[in-house]
Design a protein around this ligand. Structure first.
Ligand code: MN
Ligand code: MN
Length: 298
């Protein structure tokens, strides 16, 4: 990684951190998720950046992959995960936090469990540490709150234009002895739950990503697929973004392109026992002797 690249990784992290705090400030009970999403994505653009993926606003037992569509009517409530990413010229940051919008603040400890686990993981991340060790620290920290990590959700490496390349960073001791190396950019994202700690597929999310070119005879779909490939490459995007650009007929094209395996349509990820899930996430750069948190202020 050269200095110019490092600067962009840092910039993407700094903006994401600021925008996440902004998102937290407007995510009050009863506010439409659509309004939050639009405001937050506009805020990203104010910094001259783009969203690396549609903002995820997942509630209660939905752990991830929930993002409002163009006509979404739901409002913020319960245990809300806010997960967003910033893209500067393909350099991506990925960060998340959880807010408790219940009147009784009943999920306070569950949120602390994920945040504390993230903090402890960051403390130990350095070249040479094994993935299983990072996972064990996350798991053990979450266990001190008498809750469980979600074992089939994990952190991941980040590369330019790539959200989930290479390594996955487990949220439990998965016996993987692969060692971290200096220069890696990682998203660390513990999820904690009072349930079993396994997520299963839920409803379609309205979040898609490009898989392959497809020679459809439908001219409109062809145009839309070309736009997607050029604009997002293989980064996730929202059906809402396409409705904005092409109108609601884009939804038909998305369906056709999904059926043709040109696009992947993500499903919501829901805790198996319908128990609430919390999440905390930061993007870090593995340095010579530790790590630098990129999703932070300065
Ligand atoms: Mn994320
Ligand atoms: Mn992530």
């Amino acid at each position: 990684m050269n200095d110019k690249e490092l600067k962009k990784w840092r910039e993407a992290g700094k903006i994401a951190h600021k925008v996440l705090n902004y998102a937290k400030s407007i995510a009050k009970p009863g506010v439409p998720l659509l309004e939050i999403a639009e405001k937050v994505e506009k805020e990203v653009e104010k910094y001259g950046a783009k969203s690396a993926f549609p903002i995820n606003l997942s509630i209660n037992e939905v752990a991830a992959h929930s993002s409002p569509g163009h006509d979404d009517k739901s409002v913020a409530h319960g245990l809300l995960k806010i997960d967003l990413g910033v893209n500067i010229d393909g350099f991506i940051s990925d960060t998340a936090l959880t807010v408790d919008l219940t009147p009784e603040q009943e999920h306070k400890d569950l949120i602390l469990a994920a945040e504390h686990a993230l903090k402890e993981a960051i403390k130990v991340i350095s070249p040479g540490i094994m993935l299983m060790e990072v996972g064990r620290i996350i798991q053990d920290t979450i266990a001190t709150y008498n809750v469980a990590p979600v074992v089939n959700l994990s952190g991941h490496e980040l590369e330019r234009w790539k959200l989930h390349p290479g390594l996955t960073i487990p949220n439990y001791d998965n016996a993987n002895i692969t060692k971290l190396k200096g220069g890696m950019v990682l998203a660390i994202e513990p999820f904690a739950t009072t349930g079993q700690g396994i997520v299963i597929d839920g409803k379609p999310s309205g979040i898609y990503k490009f898989i392959a070119k497809h020679n459809t005879r439908d001219a409109e779909s062809r145009k839309i697929l070309e736009f997607i490939e050029k604009e997002f490459r293989e980064l996730p995007f929202s059906s809402r973004w396409l409705v904005k650009k092409f109108g609601t007929r884009a939804l038909l094209s998305l369906r056709l392109l999904e059926q043709a395996n040109a696009l992947h349509h993500f499903k919501q990820l829901v805790e198996k026992t319908k128990a609430p899930v919390s999440q905390a996430e930061a993007t870090v750069l593995v340095t010579k002797d530790g790590c630098e948190v990129l999703t932070k202020n300065e």
